[in-house]
Design a protein around this ligand. Structure first.
Ligand SMILES: *[C@@H]1O[C@H](CO)[C@@H](O)[C@H](O)[C@H]1NC(C)=O
Ligand SMILES: *[C@@H]1O[C@H](CO)[C@@H](O)[C@H](O)[C@H]1NC(C)=O
Length: 346
């Protein structure tokens, strides 16, 4: 078969077609060739200045606490604000908006860094996320600074492309995956049992699905993950097992009634290659979507998911490419904020 291209415009769609349909995706990353060099540069150069909090405080969730402790003990911290790429504003979970506004007002008045970018090179941790307020300090914090919140974020409290979602903190440490997977079930749904959704009630009697409220023990939990093709999660429900599902090659099937814009590592991973998103619509819809992902496609997704899973691991002492470091990498990607030009020395 010979193809002649009369013009570049004619050829382009053809090549686009080729890349989309003939080359299987072999990397879970959006930028497979640049992520690792950039990550190495981050380790060498990235600097964060942490403001001194007004008073001792704690975070309410394990992911926030561990992230903050890891950051404070990391080589990213600088005590020289002039060399910092980003500034971290620490304040307690659940601090009133009035008190947060006071924190920002003080930074603005006492130090030059906030005014330089009106907060755009600043970030903060807030699991629940901040809402829209009318106070100027809060407006700038919310609209300009990078918010790191928990996944899933509360509706209306997450600004896509700017904000970052922490990967969920697993409920327990699960042992290593069994050496071989034999998927006997189409889907596994380990739900907390708190909220009995109508879907769960529909699935309980379906032999293709394994549904349980409390895994009997850790080993059987890993076997269950390994014995199912898909692990079901309801967006807005308990998603704490999503990293483990990936690690065990159980492709996450996230049931959602709207596009999800707060997925962890949305600007790092190709989520469409490691998970499926299922519209709310009962068992029929679920089986239809999962059924499209059989065979080689499922195999490939499962493999890429295992590769991606290292980014979902939370370690007491941070390890390369784990949750802490990948969130840092997302911050690193956001370091070139719009900022007022610094005055050059002459
Ligand atoms: C920052 O700007 C505000 C006015 O918007 C001003 O009141 C404040 O003094 C400035 N801060 C510094 C440190 O210059
Ligand atoms: C792994 O596969 C082998 C052969 O296919 C089988 O005999 C063995 O029981 C499997 N192990 C597990 C843990 O499923």
């Amino acid at each position: 078969m010979s193809i002649s291209c009369f013009s570049l415009l004619f050829c382009l769609p053809f090549f686009t077609f080729l890349t989309i349909h003939s080359k299987p995706v072999t990397s879970p990353y959006l930028s497979p060739t640049t992520i690792f060099p950039h990550y190495q540069n981050m380790l060498k150069t990235f600097k964060i200045f942490i403001y001194t909090p007004n008073e001792a405080f704690t975070f309410n969730t394990p992911a926030e606490s561990l992230f903050y402790a890891s950051l404070r003990n990391s080589p990213f911290v600088t005590h020289d604000a002039e060399e910092a790429h980003l500034f971290f504003v620490p304040f307690a979970s659940g601090l009133s908006t009035r008190s947060i506004a006071r924190v920002i007002r003080r930074l603005r008045e006492e130090l030059p860094y906030w005014n330089r970018t009106l907060g755009a090179d600043h970030f903060y941790l807030s699991c629940a996320g901040l809402g829209y307020e009318s106070n100027r300090n809060l407006v700038e914090l919310k609209k300009n600074s990078v918010q790191i919140s928990c996944f899933p974020a509360s509706a209306g409290k997450f600004i896509p492309h700017k904000d970052i979602a922490l990967p969920p903190f697993p409920k327990s440490n699960v042992p290593q995956a069994p050496a071989n997977r034999t998927a006997r079930f189409l889907g596994y749904f380990g739900h907390s049992g708190v909220k009995e959704s109508s879907l769960v009630n529909e699935l309980v009697n379906d032999p293709d699905f394994l549904i349980e409220s409390e895994p009997s023990d850790q080993l059987s939990y890993t076997e269950r993950l390994a014995s199912s093709k898909f692990c079901l999660f309801e967006y807005g429900g308990d998603v704490s097992g999503i990293g483990e599902a990936l690690r065990f090659g159980c492709v996450p099937a996230v049931i959602t009634d709207r596009p999800i814009q707060d997925l962890p590592f949305l600007d790092v991973l190709r989520w469409q290659e490691i998970a499926v998103f299922v519209p709310v619509g009962g068992v029929k819809e679920l089986k239809r979507v999962l059924g499209r992902t059989y065979g080689d496609r499922h195999e490939q997704m499962s493999k890429l998911g295992v590769k991606a899973s290292e980014h979902f691991v939370w370690n007491r002492v941070p390890q390369p490419l784990d949750s802490f470091h990948t969130v840092m990498y997302q911050l690193y990607l956001r370091r070139h904020t719009i900022r007022y030009p610094r005055r050059e020395r002459d």
